[in-house]
Write a protein that binds this ligand. Structure first.
Ligand code: GLC
Length: 427
């Protein structure tokens, strides 16, 4: 990975915690395990899908409320699905009729999203699907995912893929020029031979960077960002999905590179009527800490419903994550990997002048860290600012070795059960 990409991705990586928003026509059928893939999984025809287009009317859509929630949760950036695989556009594109402005709601929903999040100081990202199951020039019959992949009637449709590519490029240009400066472009995804230059990716990214040289791009157009010199369009950060890789994401020489885990809050990206398999706030906080301790970000998903509301349960979880973040966010933002092995009692994150000990598996009230590489000036409890004693038990040398840093942590009833953060100021 080259330094230029690392530098470009830095403003995103400093923010550490983001909100992913999957929203579109699929919020109407709202089926578990199909959700935004319903057209493909159930092989739904264009005609059948049209009824969701006809019904789409999210009267409660209030992106300012979404943005306030994100902010409250401690999220510092967001990414919205401007077009998912079904091809439906939440923005007023010149190049299609299949867009929100032509539905009952009649509004450019991307424009409102961008303005709302920007005004809350949240970095703005746009998700754009490379796949398109609505466009007549996207390969259908025999494709791996297209809803009509087995429908003989689509065999000789005579698609002109070049026309689709032109459409894709035109829409990306619209997204990057019509809404002010966009911070992140999140393309999704490559498969089989639908990868890299098949999307005319070099040309696409040249155009994008001409419009905005600072634009931060994910790695899903194709190409490998873990090699020394990735291809031009390979992107700026890795995008593991539904998993936090062991050791984080590193290049083939073992050096950490920018990455972001994307994760659902329940089991679906798009809204689902019945999916109540939500992660707890404790789970979310610990995942976030794990990502940061490995040098990565967490972008956590919400799937607003057909009326435009984020599900109550999601709000509840995010608000409770926010309470922890309000007191402990300092150990997350602009923090990353520490020069110390993962300890038996939890995780460590490192900021500019401090190391943060995250106690999540702590059974005694003394931590001992042999051969700690930093010189510690002071230990405090992050959540209340009180100092902690660092005195040394008299005979410890006989059991634990040299150069040990000690911290006496708060007693158990006081400790935050989810993650008690100890701040060590270092020289
Ligand atoms: C996948 C899925 C998709 C989801 C995305 C999020 O590639 O196709 O539905 O939007 O990942 O990372």
């Amino acid at each position: 990975m080259d330094l230029e990409r690392i530098k470009r991705a830095k403003p995103l990586m400093d923010r550490r915690f983001g909100m992913f928003i999957h929203w579109g026509l699929y919020a109407i059928p709202a089926r578990d395990s199909r959700s935004e893939w319903i057209r493909s999984v159930d092989m739904v025809t264009d005609e059948e899908y049209q009824r969701y287009f006809d019904a789409f009317n999210p009267q409660d859509y209030d992106p300012k409320a979404w943005a306030r929630l994100a902010k409250k949760a401690g999220m510092k950036y967001a990414v919205l699905t401007t077009k998912h695989h079904d091809g439906f556009c939440l923005f007023d594109s010149k190049y299609t009729d299949f867009k929100s402005t032509n539905t009952k709601i009649g509004r450019d929903l991307v424009k409102e999203y961008v303005e709302a999040f920007r005004s809350e100081g949240i970095m703005v990202g746009l998700y754009y699907s490379l796949l398109d199951w609505h466009h007549p020039d996207y390969p259908a019959y025999g494709d791996a995912h297209h809803p009509m992949r087995t429908n003989e009637a689509f065999k000789d449709r005579g698609e002109r893929f070049d026309r689709y590519i032109e459409y894709l490029h035109n829409q990306v240009r619209e997204l990057l020029t019509n809404y002010g400066k966009i911070d992140i472009m999140w393309f999704d995804f490559h498969y089989d031979d639908m990868t890299g230059e098949k999307w005319e990716a070099t040309k696409l990214i040249k155009m994008a960077r001409e419009i905005n040289p600072d634009l931060i791009i994910d790695d899903r157009l194709g190409g490998d960002i873990r090699v020394n010199e990735p291809v031009y369009y390979a992107g700026d950060f890795g995008s593991p999905e539904q998993m936090i890789p062991a050791g984080g994401v590193r290049d083939y020489n073992g050096n950490p590179i920018p990455w972001e885990t994307c994760m659902t809050l329940n089991d679906n990206w798009g809204y689902s009527q019945r999916d109540m398999n939500y992660k707890s706030s404790r789970n979310v906080i610990r995942m976030l800490v794990e990502c940061v301790s490995k040098g990565g970000n967490l972008i956590l998903n919400v799937g607003p419903d057909a009326r435009g509301n984020i599900p109550k349960k999601s709000i509840e979880i995010l608000e409770s994550v926010g309470e922890w973040m309000r007191l402990n966010g300092e150990s997350i933002y602009e923090c990353g990997i520490a020069d110390y092995e993962k300890p038996e009692w939890g995780r460590i994150t490192k900021g500019k002048n401090a190391v943060y000990l995250h106690l999540i598996d702590q059974n005694q009230d003394t931590i001992a860290m042999p051969n700690f590489p930093y010189k510690v000036k002071m230990a405090t409890r992050l959540s209340d600012g009180s100092t902690l004693s660092m005195s040394e038990p008299w005979n410890v040398g006989s059991y634990q070795g040299e150069n040990i840093v000690f911290v006496h942590t708060p007693a158990f009833p006081v400790m935050d059960e989810i993650d008690e953060v100890i701040k060590l100021e270092i020289e």
